[in-house]
Design a protein around this ligand. Structure first.
Ligand code: ASP
Length: 256
């Protein structure tokens, strides 16, 4: 049995949350491939790391100083590393990020570092292999996702990996330029990985328990929907229910 697991950003926002998700993964030996997003909000007033990265990069693009902003991002990761008591330094990675921001590597590159860095931490914490999504998820020159090439490369690469962490949300064009999916796109990566490894189950963990008949922020204790078709799920996400990204349905629907 093979399972692909994807978590929501708020589930990986702090060391405490990380440890909880680690326990979920380790509770089932079939959870072999893990797709983490960037750290989300720790509380309602917090800022997602992805948004912090977009903001820092906007300054870099204007040629302004972004040291303070980058330092705040680094401290989000350091807090997780320290909380998990890992012997891991992201100094080298942050040096590279700074250089690439200065070289104006693009806002997609900037945003993608959120999942890239979180993936490195997750892999270290779990003792899984780390696979940079830029090497296995592809977009064409115009920025369209390339399903066949991705499936082929990803399948081959994961064949040799018993357990791996593949960061969500981004991939690369054939020339190596980093590109992201639209916001919330880690759901899509999870689905693509599930298809490539022919997973038995794609688990998408989020902060609501299942698909509910109404928005729990509006209606108290709505019932859960036990069974739903791919089509209904896609329709709901397309119409704006925020449990799953609308483009995350297609890869798993075709492969059941
Ligand atoms: N980190 C990205 C975002 O905030 C992607 C994701 O969370 O799935 O949209």
């Amino acid at each position: 049995m093979k399972k692909v697991v994807k978590f929501g950003g708020s589930s990986l926002a702090s060391a405490e949350e990380f440890a909880k998700e680690g326990a979920i993964i380790q509770a089932d030996k079939d959870r072999k491939y893990v797709v983490p997003p960037a750290p989300g909000k720790r509380d309602s007033k917090d800022t997602k790391v992805t948004d912090m990265l977009y903001n820092a990069y906007a300054l870099a693009e204007k040629g302004k100083n972004f040291d303070k902003e980058l330092k705040a991002i680094k401290s989000r990761y350091q807090e997780i590393i320290d909380g998990l008591k890992l012997d891991l330094s992201l100094d080298k990675e942050f040096k590279k990020v700074k250089e690439n921001f200065e070289a104006k590597a693009g806002s997609d590159y900037a945003a993608s570092r959120g999942e890239y860095l979180n993936g490195i931490i997750m892999a270290e914490y779990l003792g899984y292999d780390f696979i940079d999504a830029a090497e296995v998820i592809f977009f064409d020159k115009k920025g369209n996702f390339m399903p066949e090439k991705t499936d082929e490369v990803l399948r081959d690469r994961l064949k040799g990996c018993e357990r791996a962490v593949i960061p969500g949300f981004y991939g690369a064009k054939v020339d190596g330029t980093i590109m992201t999916f639209s916001r919330g796109g880690s759901d899509i990566t999870g689905s693509i990985v599930a298809k490539a490894v022919k997973a038995d189950v794609y688990e998408n963990w989020t902060d609501v328990s299942g698909v509910l008949v109404a928005d729990p922020r509006v209606i108290e204790n709505p019932k859960g929907i036990e069974t739903i078709t791919y089509r209904e799920l896609r329709e709901l996400s397309y119409m704006g229910f925020s449990v799953l990204h609308e483009d995350a349905i297609f890869p798993v629907r075709t492969s059941g």
